[in-house]
Structures are given as C-alpha cells and as structure tokens.
Design a protein around this ligand. Sequence first.
Ligand code: ZN
Length: 263
Amino acid sequence: MNTRSDMSSNTQTRLFLCLKDNYGVLVHDPASGATAAIDAPEAAPVEAALTSSGWKLSDVLVTHHHGDHTAGIAELKQRYRARVVAPHREASKIPDVDETVGEGDTVTVGTLSARVIETPGHTLGQINYFFPAAKLLFAGDTLFSIGCGRVIEGTPEMMWQSLLKLRALPDDTMIFCGHEYTEANVRFALTIEPNNPALVARAAEVKRQIAAGMPTIPTLMGEEKRANVFLRADDPDVAAAVGLAGKPAAQVFAEVRARKNKF
Ligand SMILES: [Zn+2]
C-alpha cells in the first residue's frame, strides 16, 4: 500500500491492489475528513485501506460500469452510507448511484474539487476525474502507464480524441489508472519504439519497481507524453514505425491499438 501527501494542496492518496491487477485508490481531504474511493473493484481491500489509514468513506467516484470497477459499491454503500457518483450515460448499469455527472461537471470531496472529463472509447460513458489543485488525474481504463484501455464500446477515433483531452492536462499531473499493466505495456511499446529514450528509461524504471514489489503507478503526464506510444500517434516516428507515414493520427492510433490486441 502506498500513501502520498501533496503538501501544496494537502490532498492525500492511498493506492492498493484489488482483485488480480486492479487498483483501488482513496483520495482524502484532511481539512474536512472526507474520503473518496475511486471505483470499487471489491469492498474488502477498500475497507482495509480505510481501516489502516483511519479515514471514513464519504464518496465513491465511479469511472465506468465494468464489474471490476463496480462490484464493491453495494457493500461499501451499505456500510458507510457513502455517496455514489457515476457517469450519467452508464448510471443504469452501476448499482446504488446517487448522483450522475458528465463533461465539465464539478464533483466535490469535502473541500476538494474535481472536474469531470468524458473519455469515451473503452466504454461509451467512461469519465475521468481531474483534481486541478492537486493535479491528480484518475484515468480509469482510458489511460494506463505506457498503455491505454481496449476500445470495447467506442471507435479508435473516439478513443484517440479522448486521449488527446487527457494529454492536454499539465505535464506535472499525477496519473492514477485502473490497472497494473505497465510491464506488459512496456514490452509492447518497445516493439514500436525501441529507440525512444524516454521509453527505454521508463522500461528500466518499471523493471526496478516490479523487482522491488512496488506499484508502477502513479505516473506523470509529462513522462507519458514522451514514453507512451498511445499518446504519440501523431508523432511522425510512430506513424513511420507502423508503416503509416503521413496518415491521420487516428489511423495510426487504430493500428497501434490493433497490434497491442494481438500482442
Ligand atoms: Zn473497464
């Protein structure tokens, strides 16, 4: 388990594994005592993290409807009476929703506030939560470190546009995502960009982190911009590497994503 404190905004986070390779994360506001869980893959690890931190759950902020992000909601809701916030387009598929939100809406956790960014692609209603003061992004299954979510419900063009929205956030934005997939993502990315120095450096860092039993999350947007091939589909080197020099970025993205699916 990993606890971080951002002194400038006084926002604390706690990251922990759930299920096989899902991440749960708590966001805590010391000023009010409010604590949000970002998604709820299963209840027990969330409760364990709450117990060991002494925090009390006030909110569950859901990114999308998949079961490995929502299965713990009902139990947490019953135990803590927490408010459940979910994307309006997927509310009917998510249990115990109290409030639905969409693009540009503000969600508060005590005195903290997050902006909702809609990122359709992995699912059609997926949303991400960006806390501007602390520069924290909860990217769900849209953006992973050196990867991105599978395009299950949307189109590659839609997913590329969603990734561009996230890429526009400040370089020092700290990204928490839904899964620990980084090692496999790095292995794949090196097949496309074996000579990208930022990717090579990230590969070495990830190897050290995994060997030490550390999470590879969170990661920084600036580093992802340089090393994550899925955020680099508009880079001529990436287009050339997949035989699509001069083609539109969305087409390059689709090709990279298709190759990852077969990897
Ligand atoms: Zn998902």
